[in-house]
Design a protein. Structure first.
Lengths: 364, 439
């Protein structure tokens, strides 16, 4: 018969496990997110976030018995960028009150993907035009900038995310009920739920392709060279939707022409992505990971978490080396005040950071 | 005033000064690096494309985007000048290799979009004769493209052809810009501005075989013991009248230019339809020159400052830019319109009239008050001066119809170019040759 002390010990160990193991996927009371009848005390529970503040309750239920939609959980009228939902931490990607940028580790510090705040406050050049924040588009354009023309239903994601058929789910395939590890592949519902929208099978099954990566426990609220996300890149060529696991392939789904980079002579005609940072020339001055200008890594494994030293000749330049997917205070959702350098950062009113020189070390 | 009031005033003063200091720090970018030090990266006079596309008014002067387009797209449209993505992410084609001869247009060369008098920023760059040689501002070409469209020019197609895929000149290929052979756009400084600290040794040039660095700020003509800086104005020296006699303020243009134009490289000139002359500025091997490191001999009939300096410096080594313009010139062979402190009195259209350049440093008959006594007459130097090479004994052997020298008939002067030029001697005179190196 087992010694009762062993039972106590096991319970203690399990109880003391750090909460990080159940951070990424949603846990807790079902009622934090779901409502069976969209009714409490005779009033509707389902609601959506109002960009002007507050919420709109609606008697119309939301699918999957959810109380609210993406923005309903991942938005805030305040400036805090990590919310609380029934004891579960929730990354906020849309604050109606301006969050802090660049990230400084405060509770209002903008998270890794950026923030849609500036889409609302400054316009379409400052964030991805997602449905619910951007003005709704009834006739989306055939293509996004850098994209090829699409027809039919394809335009709802590939032309604009500001349609009711696209929005957040134009990029994200939510898998809140699985996974939970910081290292995210298919078993975890992919990094930031960036599975293939196109290949998403029936409910309760994950997309077979998606972006691989490692998520910082605080979503880079307080990033540093030793605490940051890890993004997967791949030198390609791409053959399917997201078979490479590269976050850049995700971007290329809509902005693919920006990924057509060279002449026949191999001379760049656009800035490369998914290309190894040379271990030569001015690039040898690039040594330490800078979370404001992140690089992607091939074949990411858990051992790559928080890597500090750039592996030149292998680590890759990425779309998100320069851009924040959700939005930033700068045009083209850039991570730093590209247009303002060399001069004063129009957002921080400090001397503008020269993000280009993080890689192009001679261009300072 | 009470002590408290005085203290308050002093405190206010301190606060004001502190505020002023903070304001100054606030206004001045704290970063500094080679690009910010360059002419293109300067936040006041650096690159700016707003003339071509008004949306670039929102970009800081000196910003990368004024030349580069990372995606050839802003908000889904190709910024002006449109034309799709170009090599090195530039906003226009780097070089039109179909343009094998002048005249050049702005569309032939990316640099000309701004370095012309008709497009873009219309950057004013005057020639060497004006900028460093003491010429009158505004009298020569006012832009680089204009300089290239003069009577003689550094053929850009030939530079492009010579350098691409050449192991000795790494990094240059068919998508490269021939201007980049000598200029690194991310390093080149505004070299002409006398108000800038460091002038006149702010370099705009990079040696073609030493990419990634500037040339001429520490590599100086003073490394040649025989260099004597020419006059710019009156008795002040080049460059720009603030030069130093021994060349400590003159870049080493000899090593720079001979990194291509040496005694070995075969360089085709589409303009001349022949190979350009090989240059041996040393004192051994074929084609050596007295204007280089070869020892002087016989009569030289120097003018100042060389006449006086010759007593100390037993051999002069000239800088290429003492005589040549780098981009183009109104004269043949890119020869300067002003040398050793004086403008040339005529445009040089053939080697027969080279004397108008020679006389800037050597005494013609007018200066010598001898021989023909005429300007650009050279009887004194050739026949009368002490050590002159050719006795006036049998004129017809050279000057007569029997002399067999083109242009030298009926006693007329022999065209300079028969004997004087890089690598030449006077063997054209046959039995009457002196055996001397004549350049």
């Amino acid at each position: 018969m087992m010694d009762k002390r062993w039972v106590v010990f096991v319970f203690l160990v399990v109880g003391l496990l750090p909460p990080v193991f159940c951070r990424a996927a949603v846990t807790g009371d079902c009622s934090s997110c779901h409502t069976m009848h969209n009714s409490e005390g005779g009033a509707p529970v389902a609601h959506t976030f109002k960009i002007t503040g507050g919420v709109d309750f609606s008697p119309t239920p939301i699918r999957n018995l959810l109380k609210t939609d993406c923005l309903g959980c991942h938005s805030s009228a305040g400036a805090e960028t990590i919310g609380d939902l029934g004891g579960q931490q929730v990354p906020i990607v849309f604050n109606t009150t301006e969050p802090t940028y660049p990230p400084d580790g405060s509770t209002t510090s903008t998270l890794a993907g950026g923030n849609f705040h500036w889409l609302l406050s400054k316009g379409g050049a400052y964030g991805h035009d997602v449905y619910g924040i951007a003005a709704t588009v009834t006739t989306p354009p055939a293509s996004a900038p850098g994209g090829v023309d699409r027809t039919g239903g394809c335009v709802h994601c590939h032309g604009s995310l500001a349609t009711s058929q696209s929005g957040c789910e134009g990029c994200h395939v939510a898998e809140h009920h699985i996974g939970g590890n910081a290292f995210a592949d298919r078993e975890q519902g992919w990094y930031r739920f960036l599975g293939s929208v196109m290949l998403k099978p029936a409910n309760f099954d994950t997309s077979p392709e998606g972006v691989t990566g490692i998520e910082s426990p605080d979503w880079e609220q307080n990033p540093s060279s030793t605490q940051h996300n890890t993004y997967q890149g791949s030198i390609g060529p791409y053959s399917s939707y997201l078979e490479s696991g590269s976050i850049n392939q995700k971007c290329a789904g809509c902005h693919g022409r920006f990924h057509a980079e060279t002449l026949s002579t191999s001379t760049w005609i656009r800035h490369p992505v998914d290309v190894a940072i040379p271990n030569a020339g001015e690039f040898v001055g690039m040594t330490t990971y800078n979370p404001l200008v992140p690089v992607a890594r091939r074949n990411v494994s858990p051992a790559d978490a928080n890597f500090t030293t750039i592996t030149r000749g292998s680590d890759l330049v990425s779309c998100i080396s320069c851009h924040r997917a959700h939005g930033s205070p700068y045009p083209a959702m850039l991570r730093w005040a590209y247009r303002d350098w060399p001069g004063i950062d129009s957002h921080t009113l400090q001397p503008a950071f020269n993000g280009c020189a993080v890689c192009h070390t001679n261009k300072s | 005033m009470s002590i408290k009031s005085v203290a308050r005033v002093r405190a206010s003063g301190v606060l004001f000064l502190a505020g002023l200091l903070v304001s100054c720090l606030f206004l001045l970018p704290v970063e500094a690096g080679p690009y910010l030090d360059s002419a293109h990266g300067n936040s006041f006079y650096g690159v700016n494309r707003m003339v071509l596309d008004s949306q670039y008014a929102n970009f800081a002067t000196g910003n990368c985007a004024h030349c580069h387009e990372t995606h050839a797209s802003i908000a889904g449209a190709d910024p002006l000048p449109a034309g799709g993505p170009s090599a090195h992410t530039l906003f226009a084609g780097n070089f039109n290799s179909a343009r094998t001869l002048q005249p050049y247009l702005e569309t032939d060369n990316f640099c000309f979009v701004c370095h012309s008098e008709t497009s873009g920023q219309q950057v004013v760059n005057q020639d060497y004769s004006t900028t460093f040689g003491g010429g009158t501002a505004g009298t020569g070409p006012q832009a680089i493209m204009t300089a290239f469209n003069q009577n003689s020019y550094h053929n850009l197609f030939d530079i492009w052809s010579f350098l691409q895929n050449n192991l000795f000149y790494p990094g240059f290929n068919s998508d490269s810009n021939p201007c980049g052979a000598c200029h690194d756009p991310h390093l080149a400084k505004r070299n002409w501005d006398a108000t800038q600290a460091g002038f006149p040794l702010l370099s705009s040039i990079s040696r073609p075989d030493l990419i990634g660095s500037l040339w001429g700020e520490t590599e100086l003509m003073s490394s040649f013991l025989g260099y004597e800086a020419p006059y710019a104005f009156a008795t002040s020296r080049e460059p720009a009248g603030i030069g130093d006699v021994a060349g400590v303020k003159t870049p080493d243009y000899v090593s720079f230019c001979t990194s291509c134009h040496d005694q070995n490289n075969v360089i085709w000139s589409t303009t001349l339809n022949r190979e350009v002359k090989k240059i041996n500025w040393g004192n051994t091997g074929l084609g050596t020159s007295k204007h280089g490191d070869l020892t002087r001999e016989g009569n030289n009939s120097f003018r100042e400052p060389y006449a006086t300096a010759a007593a100390i410096k037993t051999n002069f080594v000239l800088s290429c830019l003492d005589c040549h313009e780098p981009h183009g010139a109104i004269n043949i062979m890119l020869l300067r319109s002003r040398a050793n402190g004086e403008n040339l009195e005529a445009v040089l259209t053939s080697t027969d009239t080279l004397g108008f350049l020679c006389k800037r440093c050597h005494s013609d008959d007018l200066i010598a008050a001898a021989g023909t006594g005429a300007a650009n007459g050279w009887e004194y130097v050739h026949h009368l001066a002490t050590g002159a090479p050719y006795p006036q004994a049998a004129c017809g052997n050279c000057h007569g119809t029997g002399g067999g020298i083109g242009g030298g008939v009926g006693g007329e002067p022999i065209g300079c170019g028969h004997c004087h030029g890089h690598g030449l001697n006077d063997s054209v005179l046959g039995a009457n040759q002196s055996g001397r190196i004549t350049f």
